[in-house]
Design a protein around this ligand. Structure first.
Ligand SMILES: N[C@@H](CCC(=O)N[C@@H](CS)C(=O)NCC(=O)O)C(=O)O
Length: 283
């Protein structure tokens, strides 16, 4: 195994702002706002501040699914938060999410308005508000929430671990890539085993667990993430692939995937969404 050996951690860690990483210019060891900036507010009761990354897509898929079910109260404005420009450190955004990460939701139908951050919390909030995509029967609800929390705990190893060291780190470190490739494949195997027996992740019903897991693991098996399909041999996970293709037959999933996207083919980018008709004309 190749192994960089010239670094000895000092007694006390100090911040090296220009460490060469892709996100070095936005990462800091402290939290809080860096500048005053109010958030824009549109005409709908739900205001979403996000970006079309996997974590952002979970929520836009859910909102599009709710609208497809006929819940007019799920109409939303999706504002673009450009995290590479530091929008997540504006004072208005920090008020909605003190953790400075997309997605963040403001529900203005409540008085005072309710803020919700963390994608899993947003999915649960919306599912409870509209009574959809989260079973109420105790065992099925527990299974759904178990998979939802599985996703929240697992994806940082995929994104922050494998994706970071395989794609974004300024040096290729075999130890780190081996560690996170192994964990990513283990997670894919967990999902594949589950989906071999069940149509959807939580069982017979399509739920917020599918919506949370699809943008990360569905993208991976479709070959859309980190250019790693061959490296991770994602064809081995045929049940995950079957499920990802099933979800992609849903128009709401296809719409949700493109909201607030700023990369990929132009037809798959809708930078902001303020009305259903935005999907027809682009925005
Ligand atoms: N656990 C959080 C993770 C959110 C997250 O990591 N968001 C990233 C984009 S995918 C972000 O906003 N990063 C900006 C930053 O770290 O400054 C969730 O699921 O909502």
């Amino acid at each position: 195994m190749t192994s960089p050996s010239d670094y000895v951690p000092p007694k006390v860690w100090t911040w090296n702002p220009g460490n060469g990483g892709k996100f070095a210019h936005i990462n800091r060891p402290v939290s809080g706002a860096t500048h005053e900036k109010a958030l824009p507010v549109g005409r709908h009761l739900l205001q979403l501040y996000s970006l079309g990354t996997p974590n952002g897509q979970k929520v836009t898929i859910m909102l599009e699914e709710l609208l497809a079910l006929g819940h007019a109260g799920a109409e939303y404005d999706a504002w673009l938060i450009d995290i590479s420009a530091g929008d997540q450190f504006g004072s208005g955004f920090v008020e909605v999410n003190p953790n400075s990460k997309i997605p963040a939701l403001l529900d203005r139908s409540e008085s005072p308005p309710v803020r919700v951050f963390e994608s899993g919390a947003i999915l649960t909030y919306l599912a409870e508000k509209f009574g959809a995509f989260l079973p109420t029967e105790r065992a099925r609800r527990a299974e759904t929430l178990s998979w939802l929390f599985w996703q929240m705990g697992s994806a940082p190893f995929l994104g922050g671990g494998f994706g970071h060291f395989y794609t974004y780190a300024p040096v290729k470190i075999q130890y780190a890539i081996d560690r996170y490739a192994m964990e990513t494949k283990r997670q894919l195997h967990v999902l594949d085993t589950r989906l071999a027996r069940h149509e959807y992740v939580a069982g017979d019903d399509y739920t917020i667990a599918d919506m949370a897991i699809f943008p990360w693991y569905g993208s991976l098996v479709m070959g859309w993430a980190y250019d790693a399909a061959e490296f991770l041999q994602v064809h081995e996970y045929s049940h995950v692939r079957r499920w990802a293709e099933l979800l992609l037959t849903r128009p709401a999933v296809r719409r949700g995937r493109i909201v607030n996207r700023t990369s990929g083919p132009p037809e798959e980018q809708l930078r902001e969404r303020h009305d259903a008709s935005d999907f027809e004309r682009g925005a």
